[in-house]
Design a binder for this molecule. Structure first.
Ligand code: UDP
Length: 319
């Protein structure tokens, strides 16, 4: 049945793909986005859709959010300050948007009795390691390392969401995105795949930060959106937390080599110290690989696009 759905952060990278997918299936979609990392160009394909209602504003605007949530059947809360570089450069804005923003959304959804989905992140596992299942212990670095501020804000979001569910009966679903890649992801905030592809295509040095032994898994945004849609349609997901990511792991050095070789580029691969790349207060995580057994058991989901096809698609888009 068609629903009316509010997507906060709907002009962002993942949000805009979700909005398109919901509109294509006949839902009416409200978008609230302050365009801090989002961009109206991301919604160009659906900008004139009669069922798209766009509000350019921050989720911190309580009266506006109260009005918007009052109009909808459910909320998907994606609005957040994202990207490691942004977090390193704008820690106050990051902490405020992520903590206060989610608190406002939860409070208003509770007032209106509107169910919601909240996007969380693999950052919350910190330095915990590989094959991260949802109940894995989290390992955070020192507060001197600003990077962990982001993880802590999202952990607080998760605790608050689960508290609203347990104490007040608010139907809430939590999904933790691991590294996600695809059309409209801007290299501006340092995301590694579009950055390396752009460098390879231009014949510029490919900049591996730190040793390059750190490992990641990259999931295509279309798979990530399919996961969110599946969870929204699954009543058993309420009150639960799910990893959303690919399990195909690659080291960052190997990623640089694969991108260079796959694109036939003559770029050299250079190593840059973390301090030079991010400034003081940065600490990386060595591995970040999800277990996706839980979401697979719940809705039969797993990532369908492999890394080679993601690299090829990113290059075709940027060429
Ligand atoms: N990275 C890199 N070169 C770049 C950008 C990122 O080597 O130009 C590294 C970064 O230090 C991290 C990994 O690639 O180890 C993934 O970075 P990204 O910011 O894409 O996501 P993260 O997993 O850190 O959230």
């Amino acid at each position: 049945m068609p629903e009316r759905i509010l997507v906060t952060g709907g002009a962002g990278f993942i949000g805009s793909h979700l909005v398109e997918s919901l509109l294509a299936d006949g839902h009416a979609v409200h978008v609230v986005d302050d365009l801090s990392t989002g961009d109206l160009d991301n919604l160009a394909a659906v900008r004139d859709h009669p069922d798209l209602h766009l509000v350019v504003d921050t989720v911190l605007n309580h009266p506006m959010m109260d009005r918007e949530v009052g109009h909808v059947d459910r909320v998907v809360h994606l609005a957040a300050a994202v990207g490691v570089k942004k977090i390193m450069q704008e820690p106050v804005g990051t902490i405020t948007t992520n903590v206060r923003g989610t608190e406002i959304v939860l409070d208003i959804c509770h007032q209106h009795g509107v169910p919601l989905y909240i996007a969380s992140t693999s950052e919350i596992y910190g330095k915990a390691g590989d094959r991260l299942h949802e109940d894995h212990d989290r390992v955070m670095g020192s507060v001197r390392h600003r990077r962990w501020a982001y993880a802590c804000t999202k952990v607080l979001d998760e605790f608050l969401a689960l508290a609203y569910h347990q104490e007040k009966g608010l139907p809430v679903i939590l999904g933790r995105f691991f590294n996600t890649v695809g059309p409209r992801q801007s290299p501006e905030w340092g995301m590694v795949v579009p950055t390396f592809v752009r460098q390879a295509l231009r014949g510029e040095p490919i900049t591996v930060y730190g040793p390059g032994t750190q490992r990641r898994c990259f999931c295509h945004v279309s798979d990530a959106v399919r996961a969110v849609r599946g969870l929204l349609d699954h009543p058993g997901a309420i009150g639960e937390v799910y990893n959303i990511g690919s399990e195909e792991e690659v080291s960052i050095r190997e990623l640089a080599e694969r991108i260079r070789d796959q694109l036939g580029s003559s770029s050299e691969i250079v190593h840059i110290a973390y301090e030079e790349a991010y400034g003081d207060g940065f600490e990386d995580m060595e591995r970040r690989q999800p277990s996706t057994a839980k979401i697979h058991d719940a809705i039969g989901w797993s990532a369908s696009k492999n890394l080679d096809s993601i690299i090829a698609e990113t290059a075709a888009r940027m060429a």
